[in-house]
Ligand binder design. Structure first.
Ligand code: ADP
Ligand code: ZN
Ligand code: ZN
Length: 679
């Protein structure tokens, strides 16, 4: 049954069925006092009494049918003059609930900004809301003439905007190839059609440039939605958004913005994992949502990236998305040179190899700066063969196994396989397996031994505990020589004197027990490489690795996206991983370990008994880490070709465990198309 119907009834309504932004799957019923009858319609916000206090709810249906078995209490207040959510939006919310296996109420909670459901918003009539954009001068912006590549891309996008037909464009272009200029002109076309444009960015705090360019181009027509706005600011920007066609810029939750007739969606840096909500239900992905919402609205979507996700690239290959390419940087700055340095020829324990050491000296001698990058996201200690570079893989799952040194065992965090640490490499049989892993401190130590005079700034989770530290450290680096950092330095840095980037050990991300490890490594390498030689300087990137012939490394060295895509997709296809298969991940958490394990195992048995021959159950196994704040985390993954059948089964499995013997002790959730497959 749909909880988001879109019929507007004209006849005298007596009862309103309203959805609360709470973990409830169904609307509840209140009566409509005579003074509100005729004023109330589906999609409007109303204030309703609860057993304790009151809350804001969304009207989903109005009827004369009295509820059975209880007397409905009257609605307190109608908060909108016109529906807060229009019919396509109501359909979209219902889709999200169905697709992500979440209750409709929790989807509503994700969609509605907190303030619009918490305090009593007094309905002022058109208090001229102040513009929410940053102080930027609107005058004097010179609008560049599109290059031939931009024109070609724009022709197709603008045509779709004008025709208001749904089409997905994958805009593939390196950094500074002019993608933003394409978004700007496409958005202009939407405004011309009296339609809104929704521009999604991975993180609003890192998107100052894009916001200021939109504000300069469209003075007074840009609304920025982000969580750091105060309640009042957010109410104002929401009022703006609902008053007429606008440009709306925001992070992933802006995909739920109640925009007035959206005519364009843009997802910038579409490959970014920040688009996935994976902390609480609904586990939605803003790119997936934008595609569906645009389809329901009948408008185009532009997905932009220098390193598209495999999911999007595969759709482009199939011809379902239209591929648009911007092959060169606008100012013809050459791409940096990437040099791969095999580490198996260096003495064991080396962090800064010979080549990198020489390049560092050289760079500092020229008065230029260097960045040393270490990827430690989700870092797990794994075994790596120093002879052939292969990480120790699970024979079932093809993902890396994790070392548990206390027990001298290796474990697969996907299927639970648990073995003694082998003495020789299963791939090349040399006795060269060793655990890998070190931190930024050890890099700093080696750098200072090498270059005692260098002004080194270290930036990682330890040095940036305080909020301000990040900015302070970057400030300090403007006068420094070498910046050492983890993934937080990969994005957005723009230091004109920076000409050398060292990727200290690419294998750290390459050997994560995650089937997207290669993709993440490639994306990161391309991204950090982009930090080198931003102006007229020729940048140099030195990529140290034990696996110089890994396809992701080879493609990163050549900066050849499609080469990477071809190699990676061939492997995923064979293993049935996305985008060629679907996965759903179940998570089990609770304070009682036995209950968590038996709930996970019971679900595993249930799924095994119901899947078809092409679908696989992986696990259950402890998540990584397995215990957080005294709560135990286990997980289970199903992988198969038929996403819809899997979602149906998953829904049944979750509701079964909600009534099973461990119900109440164990929290069970399902993550459809998970990005995080570890923790
Ligand atoms: P991307 O979004 O791909 O990183 P941008 O759109 O930000 O690229 O373009 C990079 C730089 O080039 C910006 O400073 C932009 O103003 C400028 N630019 C973009 N298109 C043109 C053009 N057609 N002519 C001249 N400059 C341009
Ligand atoms: Zn080996
Ligand atoms: Zn396994």
């Amino acid at each position: 049954m749909s909880h988001f119907p879109n019929n507007t009834t004209g006849e005298a309504a007596v009862y309103a069925h309203c959805l609360l932004p709470q973990p409830l799957g169904k609307p509840l019923t209140w009566s409509v006092p005579p003074e509100f009858q005729g004023l109330i319609a589906p999609g409007m916000r109303v204030r309703v009494p609860l057993r304790q206090g009151n809350a804001v709810a969304i009207v989903v249906d109005i009827s004369t049918r009295a509820p059975e078995g209880f007397k409905a209490r009257p609605i307190i207040e109608v908060l909108d003059l016109a529906p807060f959510y229009d019919p396509p939006m109501m359909k979209f919310l219902q889709w999200a609930a169905d697709y992500y296996l979440a209750s409709a109420g929790l989807v509503l909670r994700a969609a509605m900004p907190a303030h619009s459901r918490a305090p009593a918003p007094k309905r002022k009539k058109k208090a001229a809301a102040k513009e929410t954009e940053p102080e930027i001068h609107a005058e004097g912006e010179r609008i560049p003439r599109p290059t031939p590549a931009q024109s070609a891309a724009l022709d197709s996008v603008v045509e779709a905007v004008k025709a208001q037909h749904h089409e997905v464009f994958l805009l593939h272009g390196v950094t500074a190839s002019g993608k933003t200029e394409v978004y700007l002109r496409a958005a202009a076309a939407a405004l011309d059609m009296n339609r809104s444009a929704v521009i999604l960015v991975p993180e609003i705090a890192l998107s100052y440039q894009i916001v200021s360019r939109f504000s300069a181009r469209f003075p007074g027509r840009v609304s920025v939605l982000h969580s750091r706005l105060t309640g009042k600011e957010r109410t104002d920007s929401l009022d703006e958004v609902r008053r007429g066609p606008r440009i709306i810029i925001g992070a992933r939750s802006a995909v739920f913005a109640p925009a007035v007739s959206p005519g364009l969606f843009v997802v910038d840096e579409e490959h970014e994992s920040a688009y996935k909500q994976d902390e609480h239900v609904p586990f939605y992905h803003a790119r997936e949502c934008a595609l569906v919402r645009a389809k329901l609205e009948g408008c185009p979507v532009v997905l932009g990236s220098a390193t598209p996700s495999l999911e999007s690239a595969a759709q482009a290959k199939k011809g379902r998305f239209t591929l648009l390419t911007l092959p060169d940087r606008i100012d013809h700055t050459p791409m940096p040179l990437v040099e791969v340095v095999p580490m198996n020829r260096e003495p064991s324990g080396t962090i800064i190899g010979e080549k990198l050491a020489a390049a560092l000296k050289d760079t500092l001698a020229k008065g230029e700066q260097a960045l040393l990058f270490l990827n430690r996201r989700g870092f797990a200690s794994t075994m790596l063969c120093a002879a052939c570079g292969s990480p120790l893989r699970c024979t079932e799952c093809s993902t890396s196994m994790v070392v548990h040194s206390a027990e001298s065992r290796i474990k697969c965090h996907w299927c639970g396989a648990n073995r003694a640490i082998p003495v020789e490499c299963p791939a090349c049989h040399s006795p060269s397996l060793r655990p890998i892993g070190f931190g930024t401190q050890r890099i700093e130590h080696q750098v200072l031994q090498l270059l005692p005079e260098a002004k080194v700034v270290r930036m990682d989770q330890d040095t940036t505990r305080q909020r301000l530290a990040h900015q302070d450290l970057l400030e300090k680096f403007t006068k420094g020589d070498i910046l050492i950092g983890t993934q937080m330095v990969a994005k957005g840095l723009d230091f004109p004197r920076l000409s050398l980037v060292g990727i200290v050990l690419a294998d750290l991300s390459l050997s994560l027990p995650d089937f997207r490890a290669g993709e993440r490594t490639f994306q990161l390498a391309m991204q950090v490489a982009g930090r080198a030689g931003r102006r007229e300087r020729q940048g140099l990137v030195i990529l140290q690795t034990f696996a110089p012939s890994h396809p992701a490394i080879v493609a990163a060295a050549e900066q050849d996206y499609w080469k990477f895509y071809n190699a990676e997709s061939a492997q995923r296809r064979v293993l049935g991983y996305p985008p060629f298969g679907r996965i759903i991940r179940f998570r089990f958490t609770g304070a009682d370990r036995n209950a968590v394990v038996s709930s996970a195992k019971a679900m595993g048995r249930f799924l095994e008994s119901r899947i078809d021959a092409k679908t696989m159950v992986m696990g259950p196994a402890p998540a990584m880490p397995a215990v957080v704040a005294r709560r135990h985390h286990w997980h289970l993954v199903i992988k198969g070709p038929d996403g819809e059948a899997m979602r149906k089964l998953a829904k049944e499995a979750v509701s079964r465990s909600e009534t099973g013997p461990e119900a109440g002790k164990v929290q069970v959730s399902a993550d459809v198309n998970p990005l995080n497959v570890l923790s």
